[in-house]
Design a protein. Structure first.
Lengths: 170, 335, 222
């Protein structure tokens, strides 16, 4: 199981990322999540260019939590919100959160390997370590409104990363 | 050893000074002061200079305990400045040079300020902020020129202060800038004014129109006092000047600052600049009103430097004046 | 600011300290804007907030207009920190300085190429109404065949030819004062500027002449 997890040390916690495919019990997982029984973020992978973007969104969320400046309810909803170019929270969570009809999800959890295992044990699917390229470039470009001229000078993921970083500042 | 007499009259100050190798033997001055709400005009200023220059030359000789035969060199301000006042002084310089049979040197006014400042403060290679009624320049030396890194893209800072003083009807005696400085000490409430820095350049005209449009009603309603506006104006324009100076310093890698020109007398500007320099591990050099305000000694000193380094006076047919004579046009032969 | 031990101070600029380090495993440049104690606190608060915002906006807009700029990784408005993608290149300032001093027979041609790339970048951002506000040779980075623009703290958005002309004027003066002997390359900058901004460069260049002559004609009394 360990090889399917990408872990990143954040102060004061560790972030774990797992990519789940062929998930069979999405409705069940969703309802656990909505009832606060699943301590994680379930991200829709197709709009995420790569791991770094998730690390960044999670970093931003953890900093906001430390400073008491979370805009949404939890650090996990904050990750989803951070990933979104929209300022509408409900819409952001709906767009970036995995939905009942999905079969793939990117799971993000702050904690230790035991807490992660207990979450994973409730998901029926195959687990993979997230790789560099995750999402669907055409969908990402459209969704983040990245024009072809911008793509000529900077990789798509950099465009996404810059938008995420500056959101709330500009 | 060269004894030089310097004649300055590019604006409303008339100055005559005598300098021997950087040592100031005399430095006499008369200022043409206009009524409140009025600036000085070329014709009247030239009249003032014509009236006072001969007595002032005599006074300078007396203070220095010298006679015309002791003088080795006649220096005058070639420019930049107002045409008529410049001419009124240049004519006298040419006359005494011929009368006394001495070589003559035309001096760039800005270079006069810089060289006098360097000598008085013993600063070797500072970044120079030259701020006066007609000039706002950030200058640094490289490759035999004083190069202008930053300057105003519209009006000079001194001009901005003068015009502000006129807007709020402050006295011109002894100078509008001095009266703004004194009033600012009593100001407390800060009014946000347009802060306009473009690279190493600054712009002040927006501040004036803002004061005219928004400041005057605020005075009328009693929300702000004239003192508050003076305070806010100084804090804003000086912050812009310190910032651009710092940018130039970061760009050229130099650590020290020399403040010259009439506005450089302002203690608040000196304080702010000192704070900036301290944070960069440098020093601020400033001179007092004897030297930062236009004077004859600086013209004598800079003229003597030019003359001794080249061994040549200004050719007679080039001893005219130039209203727009840029600092970076002068080849620096003495450094 | 206390940074992890692997952060190194690389430059103390006029308004920011620049550090090199890593962020989430990537090499980054961290720009820490420091407080100007000489400024009135209200003025300082307004300026530092505005500039951080202008920088973030400027970078996004610059990239969107097809001119390379570093990616932004993280912004901390409270500590006035900005984490940026590290661009492993040389500043145009260093390139110009060394090429102008070199006897390499290719130097003039290299300088011409660099000048063309500067003009192209400025033309593109002006075409998109982005005013950089601090165009100096220090704020262009050359990486391979790409020319990056950096330091957008004084940037703004304006459609006015006057603002674009002043932007060019600042660049011209920075070029001349910093690089004596570079005058001839200014024409190349303007040529590629016009080429990459066909719709409006004519009007801007007319204004530019006006701004230039305003500078020269300004009375310098006192």
């Amino acid at each position: 199981m360990g090889e399917a997890v990408l872990s990143y040390e954040y102060y004061p916690e560790t972030l774990h990322l797992v990519l789940a495919k062929d998930v069979k019990n999405m409705p069940e997982i969703k309802s656990l999540l909505l009832n606060n029984k699943l301590d994680c973020a379930l991200i829709k992978p197709c709009l995420v260019p790569n791991v770094f973007v998730v690390l960044q969104a999670a970093y931003k969320a953890s900093q906001a939590k430390i400073k008491g400046k979370l805009i949404t309810k939890t650090i996990y909803t904050e990750i989803l919100y951070n990933l979104s170019p929209s300022k509408n929270i409900t819409q952001s969570l709906a767009t970036f959160g995995a939905q009942e009809t999905d079969t793939e999800l990117l799971l993000a959890h702050f904690g230790v390997s035991e807490t992660l295992q207990s979450i994973l044990s409730q998901i029926q699917g195959n687990f993979f370590k997230p790789t560099e390229n995750i999402g669907n470039p055409e969908q990402i470009v459209k969704f983040y409104n990245i024009k072809p001229i911008e793509s000529t000078v900077t990789p798509i993921e950099n465009s996404v990363v810059s938008r995420i970083a500056t959101r709330g500042v500009v | 050893m060269v004894v030089a007499i310097g004649l300055e009259g590019s604006a409303n100050k008339l100055g005559v000074g005598i300098v021997r190798d950087g040592e100031v033997l005399s430095n006499c001055r008369r200022t043409y002061i206009t009524p409140p709400g009025q600036g000085f005009l070329p014709k009247e200023t030239a009249e003032h200079h014509r009236k006072h220059i001969i007595p002032l030359i005599k006074e300078a000789l007396e203070v220095a305990k010298m006679e015309p035969k002791d003088i080795d060199l006649v220096c005058y301000t070639k420019g930049p400045g107002m045409g008529a006042p410049l001419v009124s002084v240049a004519v006298v310089a040419r006359t005494i040079a011929q009368l006394w049979n001495k070589p003559i040197v035309g001096v760039n006014h800005c270079i006069g300020h810089i060289e006098m400042g360097r000598t008085i403060t013993n600063s070797d290679n500072p970044t120079v902020l030259y701020v006066s009624g007609g000039n706002t320049q950030v200058i640094a030396y490289s490759c035999n020129r004083y190069r202008i890194f930053g300057e105003t893209i519209d009006i000079a800072v001194g001009n901005c202060l003068d015009r502000f003083a006129r807007l709020v009807n402050l006295s011109n005696d002894p100078s509008p800038g001095y009266n703004i400085e004194q009033a600012a000490k009593k100001g407390k409430k800060f009014l946000q004014l347009p802060y306009c820095v473009k690279g190493m350049d600054v712009s002040f005209s927006g501040i004036l129109s803002y004061i005219e449009e928004k400041g005057k009603p605020l005075l009328k309603s009693g929300e702000y006092t004239v003192e508050d506006l003076c305070f806010s104006l100084q804090e804003t324009v000086f912050a812009m000047l310190v910032e651009t100076t710092e940018r130039a310093m970061a760009h050229t890698g130099s650590g020290d600052v020399l403040l010259v020109g009439g506005v450089a007398c302002n203690v608040r500007l000196q304080e702010m600049m000192a704070q900036m320099a301290k944070e960069r591990g440098g020093t601020v050099y400033a001179t007092d009103e004897r030297y930062c305000i236009d004077n004859g000694a600086m013209i004598a000193h800079a003229g003597a430097l030019l003359y001794t380094s080249t061994g040549k006076p200004t050719p007679w047919d080039e001893t005219f004046i130039r209203q727009r004579y840029r600092t970076d046009e002068v080849e620096v032969t003495w450094r | 600011m206390d940074f992890p031990a692997d952060y190194q101070l690389v430059k103390q600029g006029a308004e920011a300290k620049i550090y090199k380090g890593t962020f989430l495993g990537r090499p980054v440049i961290v720009k820490e804007r420091f407080c100007k104690t000489y400024r009135h606190p209200e003025l300082e608060a307004m300026i530092s907030k505005e500039r951080l915002k202008a920088e973030a906006r400027g970078i996004l807009r610059c990239k969107a207009l097809g001119v390379p700029a570093p990616a932004v990784y993280y912004v901390d408005p409270d500590s006035k920190l900005m984490y940026l993608e590290e661009i492993d290149g040389s500043t145009m300032k260093d390139l110009f300085t060394s090429l102008l001093a070199s006897d390499d027979k290719d130097a003039p041609d290299k300088l011409k190429q660099l000048s063309l790339s500067i003009g192209e970048a400025v033309g593109k951002i002006h075409a998109g109404h982005l005013i950089h506000g601090d165009l100096t040779t220090s704020n262009f980075l050359r990486h391979g065949f790409k020319t990056y623009l950096i330091d957008f703290g004084l940037s703004s958005v304006s459609t006015l030819a006057e603002d674009k002309a002043v932007d060019l004027y600042v660049l011209e003066r920075a070029l001349i004062s910093t690089h004596p002997g570079s005058d001839q390359y200014w024409t190349h900058i303007l040529a590629s500027y016009s080429k990459s901004y066909p719709s409006g460069s004519k009007e801007v260049l007319n204004k530019f002449k006006e701004v230039q002559s305003r500078g020269r004609k300004r009375t310098m009394v006192g």
